[in-house]
Design a protein around this ligand. Structure first.
Ligand code: UDP
Length: 318
């Protein structure tokens, strides 16, 4: 019998890449999405593929999926700072109620459950780089609290289902990831800089640009997640690219790549914007034998064409 997987958030940036990967592994895949921040265009190429089904549903409501399920990958959530600040209640609900529903379904089906968690669990970190053993520095009542606390709750809930119900669970802490299918206007730094650079508009650096991030190409991330799903590691694992740079350096890189005509302008730093972020991936290296293979220059090259096309299209969402 073919293995069957449910991907919540299956029409999102990461969810859609994941669906594609699971299909390539010979699984049947059900993508579930309420299309709040997901987009059917991301999975347009999967319709008509054998073994692929799409269900438009909100995972915070009762979920019914007929037939067996072997894997549930819970990727539904707004995930960019702009999105989750625009959708604070939905973000809290999908991380809490949605995770509970997805776990309940996994228990019912005897499926292995993988939670998409985040480096935001570390908040504005006081330990650098961040190992999985770090408990974080999160402001629960700040604008990022809705995402950070929802994901921290989701991790706690996942571990409770493991401990109390004996469910097989995996938790991936995802660091900044980029690649084709990111929304042009999701507010994240890469789509912002790419579209500004391609249009010859000023690149908007928040703060003085000295804050750091470490960007992982989407194919590398999906490989790490797939390995984690197939492993027997129950504790959280960081997946990300440890090569760190400042946002100002990043702006200069994207500017050069997109034609070099844009100036760089400085805007106020958003509240609680983490000053540093870099994954410690020792555990992923050891337990999964995984590390990223695509460096930033190559990954940006591979993402540029997608954004070129996007910039030419009329963006359907404000
Ligand atoms: N950022 C920026 N200009 C933008 C968008 C974001 O300088 O137009 C900065 C933002 O303040 C943060 C970093 O880029 O320090 C990464 O932001 P993003 O929204 O991509 O995700 P985060 O890592 O903060 O979750």
């Amino acid at each position: 019998m073919k293995r069957r997987a449910l991907v919540t958030g299956g029409a999102g940036f990461l969810g859609s890449h994941l669906c594609e990967r699971l299909l390539a592994e010979g699984m049947e895949v059900i993508a579930m999405d309420n299309l709040l921040t997901g987009d059917l265009a991301n999975i347009a190429g999967l319709f008509g593929r054998e073994g692929f089904t799409f269900v438009k549903q909100d995972v915070t409501q009762f979920i019914h999926v007929p037939g067996p399920l072997h894997y549930i990958l819970h990727f539904a959530s707004p995930a960019s700072p702009i999105d989750y600040q625009k959708l604070p209640i939905q973000t809290l609900k999908v991380g809490s109620l949605g995770t509970h529903k997805a776990l309940g379904l996994a228990k019912e089906k005897g499926a292995r459950f993988l939670l998409a968690s985040t480096s935001e669990c570390y908040g504005d970190p006081l330990v650098h780089p961040q190992p999985e053993t770090y408990w974080g520095n999160v402001n629960p009542v700040g604008p990022r609290g809705v995402y950070d606390e929802a994901k921290r709750f989701a991790e706690a809930m996942t571990m409770a289902y493991r401990r109390f119900h004996g469910l097989e669970t995996r938790i991936v802490r995802i660091f900044n990831t980029y690649g084709p299918r990111m929304r042009l206007k999701d507010g994240r730094v890469l789509p912002a800089f790419m579209s500004q650079g391609l249009r010859g508009e000023p690149l908007t650096v928040f703060g003085d640009g000295s804050q750091t991030r470490s960007f992982c190409f989407v194919d590398d991330l999906i490989e790490g997640i797939f390995r984690l799903l197939m492993s027997d590691e129950p504790e959280p694992v960081n997946i990300g690219n440890p090569s760190e740079l400042t946002i100002l350096e990043f702006a200069e890189k994207v500017r050069a790549l997109t034609g070099g005509k844009s100036e760089i302008v400085f805007k106020p730093l958003p509240t609680d914007d983490p000053k540093v972020r870099q994954p410690d991936i020792s555990k992923a290296r050891k337990v999964l034998g995984w590390e990223p293979a695509v460096d930033l220059d190559e990954g940006l090259e591979r993402t540029l064409d997608y954004f070129r096309r996007k910039v030419l299209e009329v963006e359907p969402r404000p």
